[in-house]
Design a protein around this ligand. Sequence first.
Ligand code: AMP
Length: 312
Amino acid sequence: MNVLNTISDIRSALDNPRRQGKTIGLVPTMGALHEGHISLISEARATCDFVVVSIFVNPTQFGPNEDLDRYPRTPETDLEACRNAGVDYVFHPSANEMYPNPDFVRFNIVEMADHLCGFTRPGHFNGVLQVVNKFLQIVQPTDAWFGQKDIQQFILIETMAREFNIPVRIHRGETIRESDGLALSSRNRYLSESERGVAGSLYATLQFVSGTIWSSGAVGGGDHWTGEGRPDNKAVLPEEREESILADEQVLMRVIAEGKAMLTASGFKIDYLSVVDYSTLQPQNRIVSGRKYIVAAAGWLGKTRLIDNIIV
Ligand code: AMP
């Protein structure tokens, strides 16, 4: 495994493989690697001839009062983990290498960063797209992996690649979790023992919300919501199911309010708990069958912000 710190070094290392038509898989990370990262790396390893992992704590995606300075940095164990996972190249640039000059050109995301994390972290996704765009131009991978855990990030990167015609296949890796459902995150190490004890309720709440709406059919079915939200109070007929309303605005608001109460009871200070359309990332006021949605939440346990989501 080679560790390279400059753009020219990683470019020349990949020159030959690229000319020979080899596939190059990129996994961008901010380090402090855990099994979630390793799972993306393993997918890249299984798919591509060469695997590149970038480790860079990108300053442009942190807000002025965010945790840039205290973001965990564990370079030695990261390199060991990459070696064990069969990585070919680690690209580990300095901030100066990535941003030698002030940036004169920035991303302006229309609508898709107005909700979820984009709402409470203004400018965050501009910085994410800026750095991912740079990595895609520098490494020019055939394939790149991003985790579902950061679903808004994933969808924005997929959108950027499509709209900017970047010739790369973007893959989504599933969220890797602890046994109580807590999504692995570099920030989990900030949690105190008692915070860690309740952190699993974030995923449990998402399961409750998605389970209530999708499994039992919140409108006109299930014990809990019988008759709610369907004006004529009739059961949903099988032939209607293809396009039937699973939850109208009233039901959705009640399920979300219950979910928020669960999070608050566990000690979370809620940032958001929302159901958004998968491709537009816009909140919905009713849920219909046959469409793709994201049930997503973010909240604070003490000084640690946790996020998670379920795709339905
Ligand atoms: P980060 O180092 O937090 O910027 O994450 C680097 C990549 O790993 C991103 O694409 C994340 O979405 C992904 N990732 C982070 N946590 C997990 C997880 N628990 N499971 C799968 N992928 C993850």
